[in-house]
Design a protein around this ligand. Structure first.
Ligand code: DUC
Ligand code: ZN
Ligand code: ZN
Length: 459
């Protein structure tokens, strides 16, 4: 099957040109003006923007968490990602404390194998680092193509590791050519504040926010960065939300240390005032939403090159699940749904409102995740030889986001009624038209596991 996309404005991280794209099988074969080629299918993209397929490197699908499972499984999650122009996601495997990494990998394969509509990979979350876990790292980097290892400095008693384990893991991961991702918040401080608020009968969603003040994130980020510097292990801070944490990253640049940083779309465009609403549980996530001043810091951080990735931390729970914490914020499953809306919201709020350029948009939503996580240039760009993961985007179409029209398996929208300018129209995944005319044309099982290489490219 060959496809010729005519006359689109092709945006990559470093170029902007009107040209044709010729695709056969799974791959982009040629890019040029007025290509003298015939194809089985022609798509007229005049007046449209063309982006590489989006990559969301932070999602939690069908994940056992806080006594329940996130409500999008691998099928509904990757399908709704495709509708929103995200052709690949990286999900998290969680080791159970006291059990092996391999046992967790097997469990996650059991839920994901054959069920993905879009492409996917995994980060391996190490929640119990010991002599036996240490021996397993090399198998992941060298055989499984899983080269990033997630750590939690919070969720005490469930996922959190201490600094001793962190240093040990960093030394091993460095030796194996991998990268450490971190949820950087001070778990002990948060644990204390949660207990304090509960003891005082302060149980509403607002106290979720007040139990994780900015300083808990700034402190842990600084500590993580110091350990990464000391060990020389490449570090990637996931879902960074605030000024204090970004200042820690900026300080590291003064000693020429490179730390990769991800923020998520919700931290750029929403703020903690939502916790005062009756339905504030919809935005109970960790870290919590912050203040308006932090949004400005994060947009600036993107333009300063300190923040390289915009992800989602997609971790949806239905309203019934959120009600598990109706009388106690600490029992509300943490997470919110966004996998489908990242590309459109970032365009509408970022590019359309003049906060970031089109090239920066592609860089943070598509290219940098591919570079940092060992998939570039196969993924994350539009170039001859790359996978034909392509988004055709109408920059002018206005629409509203709603639970009535979204494809995510969750019965509310965290963005109900948001007016968005710009719409994903057609999506190719490895040369196949996956989304067209508001329909998904690929089935579960089409999505492939992507093996990743070891070396994170400096971005
Ligand atoms: N934060 C969330 O909000 N959900 C899943 C895990 C996390 O760290
Ligand atoms: Zn996290
Ligand atoms: Zn997460």
């Amino acid at each position: 099957m060959s496809i010729l996309i005519r006359n689109g404005r092709i945006i990559t991280a470093d170029a902007d040109q009107v040209a044709d794209i010729y695709v056969t099988d799974e791959t982009i074969r040629a890019i040029g003006k007025d290509l003298d080629l015939k194809a089985d299918k022609e798509i007229d993209a005049s007046g449209k923007l063309i982006f590489p397929g989006g990559i969301d490197p932070h999602v939690h699908l069908d994940m056992p968490f806080m006594g329940t499972f996130s409500s999008d499984n691998y099928e509904t999650g990757t399908r709704s990602a495709l509708f929103g122009g995200t052709t690949m996601v990286i999900d998290f495997i969680l080791q159970k404390q006291g059990k092996s990494l391999q046992a967790a990998l097997d469990e996650w394969k059991g839920r994901s194998d054959g069920n993905c509509v879009g492409d996917y990979s995994f980060h391996m979350a190490v929640t119990d680092f010991n002599d036996s876990t240490k021996k397993e790292i090399k198998n992941f980097t060298d055989k499984e193509g899983i080269t990033s290892f997630k750590t939690f400095m919070a969720y005490k008693g469930a996922l959190m590791i201490d600094d001793r384990q962190m240093i040990g893991l960093m030394e091993e991961v460095k030796k194996c050519g991998g990268l450490i991702n971190v949820h950087a918040t001070n778990g002990d401080m948060i644990d204390y504040l949660i207990a304090k608020h509960r003891a005082e009968g302060k149980l509403s969603p607002l106290y979720h926010y007040l139990s994780q003040p900015e300083i808990t994130e700034a402190e842990a980020s600084e500590r993580f960065i110091a350990m990464s510097f000391y060990t020389g292990c490449p570090g990637y801070i996931v879902h960074l939300t605030c000024e204090g944490a970004l200042n820690a990253v900026r300080n590291a640049t003064k000693r020429n240390q490179k730390v990769f940083v991800e923020t998520c779309i919700q931290y750029l465009i929403t703020d903690a005032s939502l916790y005062e609403r009756e339905d504030g549980a919809k935005w109970v996530m960790s870290p919590p939403l912050r203040q308006k001043k932090d949004q400005e810091t994060l947009w600036a951080g993107i333009n300063q090159g300190l923040v390289q990735v915009v992800a989602t931390d997609h971790c949806p729970f239905k309203w019934e699940q959120k009600l598990m914490g109706k009388d106690d914020f600490s029992k509300i499953p943490n997470g919110h749904p966004a996998i489908e809306h990242r590309m459109e919201l970032l365009f509408s709020e970022g590019v359309n409102k003049g906060k970031i350029t089109l090239n920066k948009y592609v860089e943070v939503a598509c290219t940098n995740p591919a570079k940092i996580f060992g998939m570039f240039p196969r993924k994350g760009t539009i170039a001859a030889g790359s996978d034909a993961d392509i988004v055709i985007f109408d920059p002018n179409e206005k629409h509203k986001l709603s639970a009535k029209t979204h494809y995510m398996n969750v019965d509310y929208s965290a963005y109900e009624g948001w007016e968005v300018t710009g719409k994903v129209k057609t999506v190719l995944l490895r040369g196949k038209v996956a989304i067209e005319h508001n329909h998904c044309h690929v089935d579960k099982g089409f999505g492939k596991f992507v093996r990743r290489s070891k070396v994170a490219q400096i971005v």
